[in-house]
Design a binder for this molecule. Structure first.
Ligand code: ZN
Length: 235
């Protein structure tokens, strides 16, 4: 574990922590994947899931074969402490990325994202207006071969949101094929673009089930991406 930096809010000091788990060597170069949780402080299932996933990797390193997994389990520590979506400064941190934000959480994460140049980024969220699971995903291949099967596995735990519109976006089978300005994502100059996935659980569902759905989603997403790369190399 390493701390990316610390900042003070009145008399309290907060840190943004990063965990790195290097899996056993796969067939080729390591894929560098980041998992972010808790950028909205009141969405606790993702935070618990990220911590549980780290513990699981320690027990079953095989899950991360061929991966360097960077975990950021708590991206908004003041919001988490206060039980609020926003950070204590009153900002929605997930609308501040790559827009010259002065929020320390955003600046620290931007620095890491720019330096580490991830091959993939997965953000864990929960949505209080959604009756089921859904995901934002960019890139046709990743959507079809990674996100769809991972959603299919997770919906055995918590149902999928099949609405035609979710969160004011056009959706199909719980998939939204776009992002929005200021969301936590790769640096604007990043080429090639990494795969970017935002996974959302229904915040009103049983907390344990949401955590489990996150874990199932993460396991499957890593496995499917690995397979997609292996197939790509054979073509
Ligand atoms: Zn959220």
């Amino acid at each position: 574990m390493s701390s990316l930096g610390a900042w003070g809010v009145s008399l309290d000091e907060y840190t943004l922590d990063q965990f790195l788990f290097v899996g056993p060597r796969g067939g080729g170069d390591y894929y560098r994947v980041a998992i972010f949780a808790g950028i909205h402080g009141d969405e606790t299932a993702g935070v618990l899931a990220a911590v549980r996933f780290l513990q699981e990797l320690a027990r079953r390193p095989e899950l991360a074969r061929g991966y360097e997994v960077y975990l950021y389990p708590l991206c908004n520590p003041t919001g988490y402490e206060d039980g609020t979506r926003h950070s204590r400064s009153g900002r929605d941190l997930n609308r501040e990325f790559w827009l010259g934000s002065r929020e320390p959480e955003v600046q620290l994460l931007e620095q890491q994202i720019r330096t580490l140049r991830f091959d993939g980024m997965i953000s864990l969220h929960a949505d209080c207006d959604s009756p089921g699971l859904y995901a934002f995903a960019l890139g046709a291949q990743v959507t079809q071969y990674v996100v769809e099967p991972a959603l299919a596995a997770a919906e055995k735990i918590v149902p999928r949101n099949l609405d035609a519109r979710i969160d004011n976006f056009t959706a199909r089978n719980g998939l939204i094929r776009k992002g929005y300005p200021g969301m936590l994502c790769a640096a604007p100059e990043a080429r090639p673009r990494p795969f970017e996935i935002v996974f959302e659980t229904p915040q009103l569902a049983e907390p344990d089930l949401q955590v489990e759905a996150n874990l199932v989603f993460l396991r499957h997403a890593l496995e499917q991406y690995q397979q997609l790369q292996a197939i790509g190399q054979d073509l």
